[in-house]
Design a protein around this ligand. Structure first.
Ligand code: 5GP
Length: 200
């Protein structure tokens, strides 16, 4: 058990209000995924500003829908535009879009995700943000969209990483600068317990 003094604001909030569901799903609807608590959104956005202050970015990219709130506040604080990749059941691929695919862990289906070409330019230095990182499907689709545009990924900011799934390890092994505010090492639906990876 991690002593409360060593936990950050997001870990505290997860312990207070998070609900562990069967199938390795953490529900944080009361402050992040359904009702949005602006206080914690501000803290998350400030935390990303601090963690990425050494790597300048001129655009933020996220994926609909839950990443948008975090990305919007960060974009406001940092004064850069926010682009969100849209999800579609069909590729409907026309020339004016960059299109990729991501399997949705929570909805258990494959989505096509796209960004209209004018919103990603080859000169862009992009910070990717999202609410959760599980298997890394969403993050890899966003990276793919950035690369299709010839732009560069400066980093990836995640509110809650679930370390039992492969996304975090894969992205770090690929050399991406990944910053996760809360890293869930393990969780259990029966006891409603959540353990975090200690961070300094
Ligand atoms: P990945 O693409 O990394 O497998 O999964 C990340 C995406 O799935 C996030 O955009 C998030 O919306 C959703 N997701 C994955 N795991 C969870 C979870 O435990 N709880 C919630 N609320 N969303 C999750």
């Amino acid at each position: 058990m991690i002593h409360a003094a060593f936990m950050n604001f997001l870990e505290h909030r997860i312990l207070q209000e998070g609900i562990v569901k069967e199938g390795n799903i953490l529900k944080v609807d009361s402050f992040l995924n359904h009702q949005i608590d602006m206080g914690i959104m501000k803290e998350i956005a400030h935390e990303f500003q601090c963690r990425f202050k050494d790597c300048p970015f001129n655009k933020i990219l996220t994926i609909e829908s839950s990443g948008i709130a975090i990305a919007t506040l960060l974009g406001f604080f940092h004064d850069v535009p926010v682009v969100f990749a849209k999800k579609a059941e069909t590729a409907n691929c026309t020339d004016d879009k960059y299109v990729s695919t991501a399997y949705s862990f929570t909805h258990r289906r494959k989505n096509h995700v796209f960004v209209s070409r004018p919103y990603l330019q080859a000169t862009d230095r992009v910070l990717i943000v999202d609410d959760f990182l599980a298997d890394g499907e969403a993050a890899h689709a966003l990276i793919d969209l950035v690369h299709q545009a010839g732009a560069s990924v400066v980093g990836i900011g995640i509110a809650i990483e679930k370390a039992q799934q492969k996304g975090g390890d894969t992205l770090r092994a690929e050399g991406y600068r990944l910053e996760s505010i809360a890293i869930v090492e393990s969780m259990d639906a029966c006891s409603q317990s959540v353990r975090f990876r200690p961070q300094n």
